[in-house]
Design a protein around this ligand. Sequence first.
Ligand code: N01
Length: 533
Amino acid sequence: MPPSPAHHDLIIIGAGFAGMYMLIRAREMGLSAAVFEKGGDVGGTWYWNAYPGARCDIESLEYSYQFSEELQQEWDWSERYATQPEILAYLNHVADRFDLRRDIRFGTRVTSARFEEAEARWLVESDDGKRGTADFLVAATGCLSVPYTPAIPGLESFRGKVLHTGEWPRAGVDFRGLRVAVIGTGSSGIQSAPIIAAEAEHVTVFQRTPAYSVPAQNRPMDPEQQAGIKARYAEFREANRLQIAGFGSDCPMNEGSALDDNPEIRRATFERYWEEGGLLFLRAYADLLLNPEANAEAAAFVREKIAEKIRDPETARKLTPYGYLACKRLCADSGYFEMFNRDNVALVDVNETPMEEMTETGIRTSEGEIPVDAVVFATGFDAMTGALERIDIEGRDGLRLRDKWKDGPLNYLGLEVAGFPNLFTVTGPGSPSVLSNMVPSIEQHVDWISDCIGWLRANGKRSIEADPGAELAWVAQVNAIADLSIYTHCNSWYLGSNVPGKPRVFSPCLGVPDYNARCAEVAAAGYEGFIVR
Ligand code: N01
């Protein structure tokens, strides 16, 4: 007989921002918790996405925890937008400061989780044979944690280096003297290609859809700005909670419509927000993501800006984005378009020149073979649902999560799923998650889950799960809100349409303030919309 698995109040899957904070809250509540983490250390997204040029496009002073005033006062950021190494150093500091590692099993990938109805507990198993049981299971598995690599014929025969931005080697990669292919031009491709091009002998960028990108306007942190925000951190965080995406309160949204201003004022407004940098450009007018005509004005402005940066007209033509601005996530770059003026960079538009196969030594396109020594897949993720569906999660009566979600992720508030009692999903599909500043959204979820567990215990209850009716109504509401925007009018990973065969369903919930208010109301009403036993 194998030994009985250790029992905990909570098992947490993942040790990124979400799992780490969940562990801290569990300990504060006097609960025993074990964290299972696939990686070799803490960090989640920021552990794996160690590709050259990786940095956050939410400002450092906002993309950080707020649960501890001491922590937010003692940590200093060195740049407006933190690099991946700096964010990882911050998370390591948090792990040390709160002594988190003693409850985290690293190098442990959870393979299955089964709800045992008689005991009302979860049995969790991992690839290294470790098992555990818990009253509550918290999936802190991340929204963008399963890399997606397209099935290119002949990939297995390629003899060079094969890399994915989302699974970057810990030791780094020396590109000197190499001819490199970068496939994909979303945020990861746009950040990594210019840095790789500065080091490699040659880079060929393979583009399927030209990206809208706004310069990040990154700069060293202004010490006065940092001190100023630290002096009013609580107010600053509160002001951000009232923003539609949970960040940017120091760059107020221009509440007007882009269509109400005359062309000169509109242009001046776009210029001003362009100078703010990155995602803040979308705050130029309140209707840019809601009104197609307003969006078209902003898109034309961005196209013009992009064209000014590229010397070769043919390259400029290929790089010119089309369709709705920010329907796919807007990118923030540092020298991406300028990179194409380098002699050692080429662009292949795979719509005009399809990739046919990989050979032992390169990539064969419809126009011949391009020899390369390394291929960087910047091709994104099986987002939102991918990590949860990779685990064999079995709820009541043998119901499997991946079967339940075969037509899309049914859930309530992005927090719980009917048929899966005591399973909580941090920033799950159906919550603002990727359409918000992730860190405060994670904290809001972890606080809600902690309060919920505390309430269950205080009231002598053993389990909570979403009511099937509440779940259907919630998913309908999330989609109805999305239909008011431009988000459903293109192919994007928000819709799952980047992964062949995945159902096309819009997963994130638009609007942080309303969502947070709804979560609070539901809890105050004794967990309305949930079945509590
Ligand atoms: O992935 P993506 P990502 N042949 O899915 C292309 C966050 N993030 O890793 O658009 C050729 O956005 C695909 O083409 P298309 C951020 O939320 C944040 O870049 O589908 N190309 C696309 O160009 C971001 O949105 C930061 O036509 C193929 C690219 O690969 C999210 O992570 C930094 C292809 C994938 O783009 C994901 O970003 C990095 C094929 N067969 C990431 N298949 C910051 O904070 C796919 N593509 C700044």
